[in-house]
Design a protein around this ligand. Structure first.
Ligand code: ACO
Length: 322
């Protein structure tokens, strides 16, 4: 049986760091409020001119290098992003050209914070059906460009970054199952309310920013992530205690802690980067994975649970042996 196995990881964060004290100078907030409600201490923010594909390229080169293959071996490129460089070509096509890869399929997917999980789920199908042997799956975002920097309820939460993995066809166990879902009826709780349908004027007038009813999103996220954990374990006939590492989407430390509690997992088995990265949307899971692989916490053959919830609403999980 052919599995899709993660053989390389990479991550990139812009050098520019914005601390909570920096934010205190911009909006009516405090370091204490941000840390208590979210766990976030700082986030990385792209400098003028730095784009989503710039971050994606840096993360991808590291992932390809750590996989021990050449860029020419990649035969599928997927970027999960809600902040593409352009309307078209897709960020994946721009990345493909930068990596000097020609001919393989390359496309973006948009599932906001669940985007990387969607990307893994799609790439796994390509690999299992024999359509791809080495897939590059990237989560990359510059959320700082779609934030209203006068809205303290949202601008303190997000950061910029990119994470990438190389998934390879393997006879060794890799991804065991993927679970992706969506329900579009909650648009009013989390969205960027303007886009192409409204014309560029609205976008230019500074209306195309993230809007969120944080409290309601929070409750939905905790309940939904609890259910996806049950769904994933049941599909694999596994117990909570089988999981070695939880690598969750990094939106809020309180959401992460609630999921760990549901799994009866010690926080020592949870990869947490939200304090340093903020919420980097589709980039948060591959960034967290890369951190824990490179610092030696996650080791070969361990069982990893990835899970995410985000705008759409979308949510999902992936269970994988590393
Ligand atoms: N600084 C100080 N006070 C603030 C700030 C701030 N930055 N932001 C809001 N407040 C105030 C509010 O105005 C409110 O004041 P009031 O009581 O006088 O009205 C008070 O703090 C409490 O506000 P809540 O929104 O109820 O605070 P809550 O405890 O829910 O925390 C938060 C807010 C952090 C946004 C939380 O709800 C959350 O994390 N939600 C989920 C976010 C998430 O998971 N998003 C999904 C993925 S994102 C994506 O897909 C793009």
């Amino acid at each position: 049986m052919t599995y899709a196995r993660i053989i390389g990881t990479g991550g990139y964060l812009p050098e520019n760091i914005m601390t909570n004290s920096d934010l205190e100078k911009i909006v009516d907030t405090t370091d204490q409020w941000i840390q208590e409600r979210t766990g976030i201490e700082q986030r990385h923010i792209a400098v003028e001119g730095q784009t989503t594909v710039d971050l994606a390229e840096a993360a991808s080169r590291l992932a390809i290098e750590s996989a021990g293959i050449s860029a020419q071996d990649i035969d599928l490129i997927i970027i999960a992003t809600s902040t593409p460089d352009k309307i078209f070509p897709s960020s994946a096509c721009i990345l493909q050209a930068r990596l000097d890869i020609h001919g393989c399929p390359a496309f973006d997917i948009q599932a906001v914070c669940t985007g990387f999980i969607y990307g893994l789920a799609i790439a796994e199908k390509f690999i299992k059906t024999g359509s791809s042997k080495n897939a590059l799956v990237v989560g990359a975002e510059i959320f700082s460009k779609i934030l209203n920097w006068e809205d303290r309820a949202t601008c303190v939460l997000f950061g910029d970054g990119a994470g990438a993995v190389v998934l390879a066809a393997s006879e060794e166990t890799g991804i065991l199952s993927t679970h992706i879902h969506a329900d579009g009826k909650y648009e009013n709780l989390l969205r960027v309310p303007y886009g192409i349908a409204d014309g560029y004027d609205q976008v230019k007038a500074g209306k195309a920013f993230v809007e969120m009813k944080g409290n309601e999103v929070f409750k939905m996220a905790v309940n939904t992530l609890g259910r996806i954990v049950d769904e994933t374990l049941a599909a694999n006939n596994m117990m909570k205690s089988d999981i070695d590492w939880l690598v969750p989407h990094q939106a809020n430390i309180r959401i992460i802690t609630a999921t760990a509690k549901k799994l009866k997992m010690s926080m020592d088995q949870v990869v947490v980067t939200v304090h340093k990265h903020g919420n980097t949307s589709a980039a948060s899971i591959p960034l967290a994975l890369d951190v824990a692989v490179r610092d030696g916490r996650i080791k070969e053959n361990e069982l990893l649970l990835f899970e995410a919830f985000g705008g759409g609403f979308t949510w999902g999980s992936v269970l994988a042996r590393f």
